[in-house]
Design a protein around this ligand. Structure first.
Ligand SMILES: NC(=O)c1ccc[n+]([C@@H]2O[C@H](COP(=O)([O-])OP(=O)(O)OC[C@H]3O[C@@H](n4cnc5c(N)ncnc54)[C@H](O)[C@@H]3O)[C@@H](O)[C@H]2O)c1
Length: 404
């Protein structure tokens, strides 16, 4: 393939250097110093393995750099965009470099009849790629792909050739085919996703990394205050690949609850307070959980009907434990507002309740027990259904608030 790479920064240089092992690559940058350094066979950035690759690429004549976008576009079939998208004052992405380069390429492609593929590798705000296609390439023989980059500086070459996955969002089938060729030889899952998802997941990955670092550091501060090794603690925590380092608890749904999570979180917050420790992320978990319950309340209220059927009452499926169940909170709210409430939970069926849970219902939430029904059909007259469980019944003729 003949490929041009726009933007010879950390991403662009690594991309050009690696691609030049198999393809003919023209790197483009507005910075003449970077262009000159590269053409001398040197790397303008410090990154393990890149200098050697640039040297080889230039020597083999499969890699060259230029400040002339026309030369690059006219001599390649694919243009990979790696320009910066720094933060604006508002916090949003500054897309001016991307707009500039797109406008430039669009003008040049007006003179070219052959199909040209543009691959955006810069991290962009969701919606940007299709906006660019519409704004600059409407009616042109141009395919557009958004393909987020997941490399980390310091180990960029290793990351590039061994990515966690390859995600592409493409405007047409030819673009998907070319992207498969682009990644030939790289063994990684190849995922074709809608643009909005591909753009958002890149942003989310970085936010998740930041979240993990902050959590580990809060554990570090907490452990230090109690004379325990934070590194050892986190290493132990990470050895649980079943619940901790896994996709468990990482599916959006309803609020957490039950007899363990809220209690132990409160205890950790208390222990931190005793040592005057400020742990903003850990201290915000229950606040965020509350917001989630309020969000569900808002959704249920939005239907403006006063009869609600709840499917699921315990804090998760497969248990009759009602202690600190957020579903109980929801039900209590609507009882308090005078709604006509009915509840079905096959695990909390009154008929089956025994021992501790029977006593809990009778003592703590007696006002709820009379609202429990034994059959799902008994919710038929409810105008709104709040789903917290998978059930076979079709509620599509009702207002449904799906909290699963
Ligand atoms: N740095 C990383 O580790 C990393 C990892 C993954 C994704 N990303 C994303 O990749 C993008 C690039 O990041 P970076 O760190 O390589 O940026 P960078 O600032 O190091 O490099 C951007 C380059 O683009 C050049 N440029 C600007 N306008 C141009 C134009 N019109 N034509 C040609 N060149 C132009 C600049 O001169 C600069 O050399 C960003 O969106 C970033 O968020 C970065």
């Amino acid at each position: 393939m003949n490929i041009s790479v726009f933007g010879l920064g950390y991403v662009g240089i690594v991309t050009s250097a690696i691609l030049s092992k198999k393809h003919k690559v023209i790197g483009v940058d507005v910075n003449p110093t970077k262009v000159s350094i590269m053409n001398q066979g040197r790397s303008p950035i410090i990154e393990e393995g890149v200098s050697e690759l640039v040297k080889k690429g230039i020597k083999s004549k499969r890699l060259k750099a230029t400040s002339d976008p026309k030369y690059a576009v006219m001599n390649t079939d694919v243009s990979v965009i790696c320009v910066g998208t720094p933060s604006e004052e508002s916090g949003g992405h500054d897309l001016s470099y991307l707009n500039n380069v797109m406008e430039e390429i669009s003008e040049l492609l007006k003179e070219k009849k052959k199909y040209h593929l543009i691959v955006i590798r810069s991290t962009v705000t969701p919606g940007t790629s299709l906006e660019m296609k519409e704004k600059y390439f409407q009616g042109m023989n141009v395919g557009l792909c958004f393909n987020p980059e997941f490399l980390r500086e310091g180990v960029a070459v290793k990351d590039y050739i061994n990515p966690p996955f390859i995600i592409v969002a493409c405007t047409d089938k030819k673009a998907v085919k070319l992207m498969k060729e682009f990644y030939k030889g790289i063994k990684s899952e190849f995922i074709v996703a809608p643009f909005q998802e591909a753009e958002t997941v890149k942003m989310l990955c970085n936010v998740f990394h930041a979240y993990k670092i902050v959590f580990a550091n809060e554990v570090g501060r907490f452990s230090e205050a109690y004379g325990v090794s934070g590194k050892r603690l986190m290493s132990l925590l990470c050895r649980d690949k079943k619940l901790n380092i896994s996709s468990k608890y990482l599916i959006p749904g309803f609020a957490y609850g039950g007899s363990c999570l809220p209690k132990d979180l409160r205890n950790l917050q208390y222990l931190a307070r005793k040592k005057d420790l400020d742990l903003p992320v850990i201290n915000s978990l229950d606040i965020s959980n509350e917001k989630h319950i309020h969000n569900a309340i808002r959704k249920i209220e939005s239907f403006d009907v006063r009869s609600v059927g709840f499917v699921g009452l315990s804090f998760k499926p497969g248990t009759d434990d009602l202690r600190e169940s957020p579903q109980v909170r929801l039900v209590e709210y609507f009882i308090g507002k005078g709604y006509d409430v009915k509840i079905f939970d096959k695990d909390v069926s009154l008929a089956k309740l025994m021992g501790a849970n029977k006593a809990y219902i009778e003592k703590e939430i007696p006002h709820i027990s009379s609202l429990l029904v034994d059959r799902l059909d008994e919710l038929d007259e409810c105008k709104t259904i709040v789903l917290n469980r998978n059930v076979k019944k079709d509620f599509s003729n009702r207002n449904v608030v799906d909290l699963r």
